[in-house]
Design a protein around this ligand. Sequence first.
Ligand code: UD1
Length: 419
Amino acid sequence: MQKLVIQGGKRLEGELVVHGAKNSALPLLAATILSQTETTLHNCPELSDVDAACRILSYLGCKCSREGPSVTVDTSGLINFDVPDSLMREMRSSIVFLGAIMGRLGKCRLSFPGGCELGPRPIDLHLSALRKLGVEIHEEHGYLDCDAPKGLKGGKITLSFPSVGATENIMLAAATAKGDTEIHNAAREPEIMDLAEFLNKCGAKISGAGESTIYISGVEKLSGCYHSVVPDRIVTTTYLCCGAITRGELIISRANYSNVASIVPLLEHMGCQIYAYGEGNIYIKARKNLKAVPTVRTMPYPGFPTDAQALIMALCSTVDGTSVFVENIFENRYKHVNELIRLGASIKVEGRVAIVEGVKKLSGASLEATDLRGGASLVVAGLFAEGTTSITNIYHIDRGYESLEKNLRQIGANIKRIN
Ligand code: UD1
C-alpha cells in the first residue's frame, strides 16, 4: 500500500500547471461512443478514474490509446451494450455511460451504482428523465435493463434538482434522439458547457448549456472531433489552498479564473492577494495572518462547490477566528473532519453544519484519506502541520490528481510517496 509522507511548514513558491478536469473528461470519454468514429481528447488527465473509463470503452469494443496528455478513442467497433458490475464499481460516476450507450445502440445493461464514499448516490433523476425520452427501464438483481424499442425521442424534462450527472445523461441520450429536448433546472457547471461544446463539435445541436434551460435538437448521427478538456477547477482550488495555507506565493497556470469565481472572494476575504493575468494564469500571495471566512454554503454551480468544501475547511482550520460550513449537496461529506482533528484542528460537526475554530498550529499525524477531495484536504493541512504527516489510502487522491506530490515538490514542499 502506498502512502504520502509530508514534512510540513515549508512556504511554497513557484508555478503549478493545472491539468484537465476529471469531471469533464469522464462524460467526454462516454460521449465518444456517440461519434461512431475516432475522437481525440487533448488535455485529458492521467488519472485512475480516466483509466477506468477507458477500460469500460475497451470492454464495449472501442479502441482507446494515450499519447502524452491526449487520448484517442475509436468507437467504430463498439459491440457490447452492457457494462459489467466489476467495471461499474471501479468508478461510481460510470452511470454517465448509460445515456451514451442508449444514444448509440438504443439498449443498455449496467449494474446499479451503489453507495460511495459520499453516501448513497441515487440515480432516480437520471432514470425518470430517460423514461421521458422513451427508455423502458427494468431494475432487477442490482442491474438496470434499458431498452428503447421505438427509438429515443425528444421530450421536456424538469429536474427537481440540477444534478450534474442527470443533466449529462440527458444531453447524451437526447443528442441523437428524434425531435427536440428541453432540460429545465439543468446543472450549469463548466463541465456541462464542455460536454455541450464537444457534442456540438461532433455535429450535435445543443444550446443554453451553462444556463438553467438547455435545448437539444436531435440529429441523425455524430462524428468524431478534436477537443481540449476544460481545466480542472477543483485542482485549481487545491493549488490555491496549498499557496494560502503555507502563506506562500504561487502562479497557477493553464487555469480558468472565471470557473473558480466563487472561491476567489473567500480567499481575498481571508487576506490573500489574488488576480488573473495573461492567458489562464492566476497569481496568489497569502499574508501571514489570515482570518476566518463568513458562512460557506455548498451549492450547485455557480455557487460554492461541494468538492471544494474539505479543501477550504483545511485552510480555515489554520486562520484566525471561526468559520462555519453548511454542506447542502451530499449528506456524508465531513469524513475528513476526524482526520483534520488528529492534526489538532478544532472542528465540530452538527448535521450539515461544521464549525471550525482556527488554531495557531497543527502537528503532523498518521491519517487516512477517506475520499478524493477529503484526501486532498489532508495534503493541504499536512503542508502546514509541524513535523511528519503520513496519509494512507491515497488511491482516493489518485482518482483526481495527476502527480500531486511531484508538482508540490517542485514548488518547495517536502512530500514523497512511499510504497
Ligand atoms: C458530480 C461530480 C462530483 C460533484 C457533484 C456535485 C462528476 C463525475 N462528479 O457528481 O464531483 O461533487 O457533481 O457538484 O462530475 N441526486 C439525486 N438523484 C439523482 C441524482 C442526484 O438525489 O438521480 C442528488 C445526489 O444524491 C446529491 C445531489 O443530487 O445529493 C447532487 O448530485 P449530482 O449533481 O448528480 O452529482 P454527480 O453528478 O453524482
